[in-house]
Design a protein around this ligand. Sequence first.
Ligand code: NAD
Ligand code: G6P
Ligand code: MN
Length: 441
Amino acid sequence: MKTYNLCIVGGGSTYTLGFLKSFVRLRDEFPIKKLTLFDIDKERQEKIGKYGEILFQERFPQLEFMYTMDKREAYEGMDFVFMQMRAGGLKMRAEDEHIPFRMGLIGQETCGAGGMAYGLRSCADMIQAVHDIRTYAPNAWILNYSNPAAIVAEALRREFPDDQRILNICDQPENVVRSCSRLLGCDWKDLDPVYFGLNHYGWFTHMYDVHTGEDLLPQIRNRIAENGFLPQDAEQRDQSWLDTYGMVQTMMHDFPDYLPNTYNQYYLYPQYKAAHLNPHVTRADEVMAGREKRVFDECEQVIAEGKLGDRFHTISDAHAEMMIQVAESIAYNRNDRHIVIVENNGAIANMQNDAMVEVVCELGMHGPRPMRVGNIPQFYLGLLVNQVSCEKLLVDAYFENSYQKALQAFTLNRLIGDAKKAREVLDALMEANEGMWPKLQ
Ligand code: NAD
Ligand code: G6P
Ligand code: MN
């Protein structure tokens, strides 16, 4: 079996421990030869790196493992690069969330004003990082899931139009499929979904039983109406995530056609969500006090003790498993189906060709082959055309340093929906992002 070299950009991420453990757990199906972590934050990455050394020494001693801040060392000879950077860090995520809340708007990592603020930071850092990777690893597959993935995908499409080996991915559609399997009491691999949308803004039109071909969506609809909806790993989730999955029941009550992505709650109920979220403790605050603390506490304990012991089984890793299985499908030309982000080109027939859309694709060594969904109904088309326009205008603002385009993007966004509010929140975010955004004029 051919083995591969792989680099993770954002080695100090809270998700890296899940990856390190998953590379051990999946070593028979995806044996990697060399794994490198790259980050710009020495201290943060070093803790994860030292943890990795102990883990692999115990359970995967053949693996060549290192962590570095040197680009050449990180990228040269790589077959796959996984990108999970957070431009500006969790501290700026907190700003993205708190500033809009002060104006009565939703502050959220990827949707609305906060998502656009993060988007302008990510465009700059992601474009630079992809240029660096291409300098040292011209043929590596780049799997990006750094957020906001919709905006990053559009920016990379424009900056690297001929690059066929950049793939943007999000785990949330697959998380929803896994959650359906919990609801139905089956294995999630027994479900064969049909899905369309933009990243963090899509719907499942069918959920077929892979063995019988029966569409299970009617059953799923009934069960959600009766019992609500839980994430597959509900026992490990914070209350805010349980509330988010709970909103699927409301969405399906109002719009019963399809099963929505959980993120649609922000687009469909912007005023209700703004009124019901806690403006003082946002998700960034929860993550810093929760996941981030747990991850770095675990690192410190393992480094102090010099062994992992039964900590191998902590930290859920559905996210890492999805990304690794996407890489496997490409590496071994398996043509497995995954929901990923691709240029539309007719996949959604009545949407513009150059939109970056999220649909089911077969994934092999030549990249994603999207599965077409035909024309989508007017309601969904209206929502998506509005949002794709918003995302494209924001990326225009980035490339053209245009305040006017940014104002248009903010005005179109359903979480803002008013030009005076748009200007107010844009100005406040521009000030908070001084030096991290392009200079908008
Ligand atoms: P985090 O802040 O804990 O980790 C991000 C790491 O990236 C930090 O160690 C930081 O120093 C590093 N970093 C920042 N800029 C960098 C750069 N230019 N080059 C290299 N490294 C850089 O954040 P997190 O919560 O662990 O999330 C990591 C990323 O993964 C975020 O973008 C998040 O939105 C994304 N994510 C996406 C999905 C998805 O489904 N698309 C799922 C989970 C996480
Ligand atoms: C899901 C989404 C990601 C997002 C993450 C946020 O996995 O698909 O895009 O980054 O949730 O989770 P958090 O726990 O950091 O709010
Ligand atoms: Mn996502």
